[in-house]
Each structure stands twice: as C-alpha cells, then as structure tokens.
Design a protein around this ligand. Structure first.
Ligand SMILES: Nc1ncnc2c1ncn2[C@@H]1O[C@H](COP(=O)(O)OP(=O)(O)O)[C@@H](O)[C@H]1O
Ligand SMILES: Cc1ncsc1CCOP(=O)(O)O
Ligand SMILES: [Mg+2]
Length: 264
C-alpha cells in the first residue's frame, strides 16, 4: 500500500475536473480541496475539451444526470482518452434505475473508463450480477463481493472499487480489501461521491491506477474512522465537518498506524 502517495498529491496539487451532481457538489469540491487537490466543476459542453486539457484527472458522476449532461460526459470522456487523462466513473443508482444503467453502458461504448467506483448495488449492475439495489444505496444481495468487483473489472477492462463496510478493489485479476471505515459515512450523503473524486486525485499523481485506487480508499476510509473514533455519539453533522478538517490534517503515519488491508 503506497500511502505516501498522499504527500505526492499534496506536493503536486493536481487539478481534478468533476462532472458532479447538484446534491453533493460542494462536499466534493471541499473534500478534494482539503486533501490537497484543486477541484474544478463545469456543466458546459462547449468548454469540456478545455476543462479536460487543464486537468490531470476527471470524475464523471451521474448522480443527477440530464440529457445535456450525458452529451457533456461523452465529450469529456473522449477528450480525456485522447489526452491520456485518467477517467473515474461514479455510476450513481445504476442498480436501481435502468435508464441510468443504459446511459452509462452507452457512455462506456464511447470512451474508456479507467476506474469505476460504486457501491455493491451499482457494481453488481455493471457486472450483470443479480442484486437488489436501493436508490442511491447498496441494497441487498447474496453474491460474493469479490466476485462482483472482479467480474465488473473484467467486463469493462478497468479497475473497480466496490465500496462498503470493506472496500473491495480489483483490476480483474487481483483483489485487495480495505477494511477501515465507519458507519457514519452512511449517514452523510455524498461520502461515495467524495471518495470517487479523491480516487481521481490519486489517479492524477500515480500512473498505476490499481495502486492509486487502493491508496485513495485507504486514506479516505481511515480518515473517516479516525474522526468517528473521537465522537462520543453518532453525529452526522459533526462528522462531516470534522471529516473535512481531518482530510486536510491527516498524515501518512496516522493512516499507516490504523490501516487494515489484505490482498486476497
Ligand atoms: N458500513 C460501513 N462501515 C464502514 N465504512 C463504510 C460503510 N459503508 C460505507 N463505508 C465507507 O463509506 C465511503 C463511501 O462508500 P459508500 O457508502 O459505499 O458509497 P455510496 O455513498 O456511493 O453508497 C467509503 O469510504 C466506504 O469505505
Ligand atoms: C441523494 C442523491 N440523489 C441523486 S445523487 C445523490 C447523492 C448521492 O451521493 P452518494 O452516492 O455519495 O451517497
Ligand atoms: Mg454513491
């Protein structure tokens, strides 16, 4: 696990371009700003190529997609491929709404996604594995999470992060587990969106995307865990404020001291 990538991120302060949803856009901007990246958001298709060119990585989050946004995402993805900028996809609720699943599959025909980050319901849908997703949440299912992540990675030829109690990261061959985290993440809408853009920030500073994905999960989940361990009760509001602070303050040594990772 290359947690020292956190220092590279902070030294390089890479620009990360995000197609965000209107629910969590501010959390995403502040979250990646706090950790040490430079966020930029845009909704305009005509400036999409310029946005990609000034950025070191892009995140496409379909949380509040529109027809116009899908057209923008297509230009962003194609330009990112052309300029070799890593593309992270957050396929919000594709397990619950078929329209979204179809839209995402079409986008993935148009350009290559390098990392998909979603919960079990979303990753199962993209792996064509049976699962009962619940809106934006993971929902329930019986299939093995390692198999789901691995199948999705093989199908789409990319790195996959299936986040949850344990984050399961796969490149289609290997599987790594990050066991850190806190249930408080589930009480704050936007935790997953923040993670996806944090993943893009790490992908911006490391060409090995499987490694970048693991490190992003490790840093984000461990930071949340450290914040939660300081709270006496479940306080979602305090958690989200202190998460922002801690994303800025956390050190590699603090992360290493807490980290629980296993290679399967
Ligand atoms: N029950 C849980 N226990 C510990 N950590 C969790 C739990 N659920 C989610 N997380 C963490 O929350 C973050 C967001 O993931 P997740 O909730 O799966 O995304 P989404 O919000 O898209 O459903 C990840 O860092 C993940 O590790
Ligand atoms: C509530 C909601 N509705 C559409 S997008 C969104 C936010 C999803 O955020 P996350 O997946 O990070 O919990
Ligand atoms: Mg989500």
């Amino acid at each position: 696990m290359h947690t020292e990538l956190l220092n590279d991120l902070r030294n390089q302060n890479p620009i990360v371009f995000n197609i965000s949803n209107f629910v969590t856009v501010q959390d995403v901007a502040n979250g990646i700003n706090a950790i040490g990246a430079s966020p930029i958001m845009s909704q305009e298709i005509d400036e999409a190529p310029a946005m990609v060119q000034i950025s070191s990585a892009v995140t496409i989050n379909i949380g509040t997609l529109t027809t116009k946004q899908i057209a923008q995402a297509k230009v962003v993805g194609e330009t990112a491929n052309q300029y070799h900028k890593p593309v992270v996809l957050d396929p919000v609720a594709v397990g619950a709404v078929k329209y979204r699943l179809d839209a995402v599959k079409e986008l993935m025909n148009d350009f290559k996604v390098d990392i998909i980050r979603g919960n079990a319901g979303e990753i199962a849908a993209l792996a064509d594995i049976d699962w009962q997703a619940k809106g934006i949440d993971a929902g329930t299912g019986n299939q093995d999470l390692d198999l789901i992540a691995k199948t999705c990675a093989q199908k789409h030829q990319c790195t996959v992060i299936l986040s949850g109690v344990t984050d399961v990261i796969s490149d289609g061959e290997h599987v790594v587990h990050v066991k850190n985290g806190t249930t408080l993440f589930q009480l704050h809408v936007g935790s997953g969106d923040m993670l996806s853009s944090v993943v893009a920030a790490f992908a911006a500073v490391n060409d090995n995307l499987f490694e970048a994905a693991q490190t992003a999960c490790a840093v984000f989940a461990t930071t949340g865990q450290i914040v939660a361990e300081r709270l006496q009760e479940e306080r979602p509001g305090t958690f989200s404020t202190e998460l922002m602070d801690e994303l800025h303050l956390i050190t590699v040594d603090e992360i290493n001291a807490k980290l629980e990772v296993e290679s399967k």
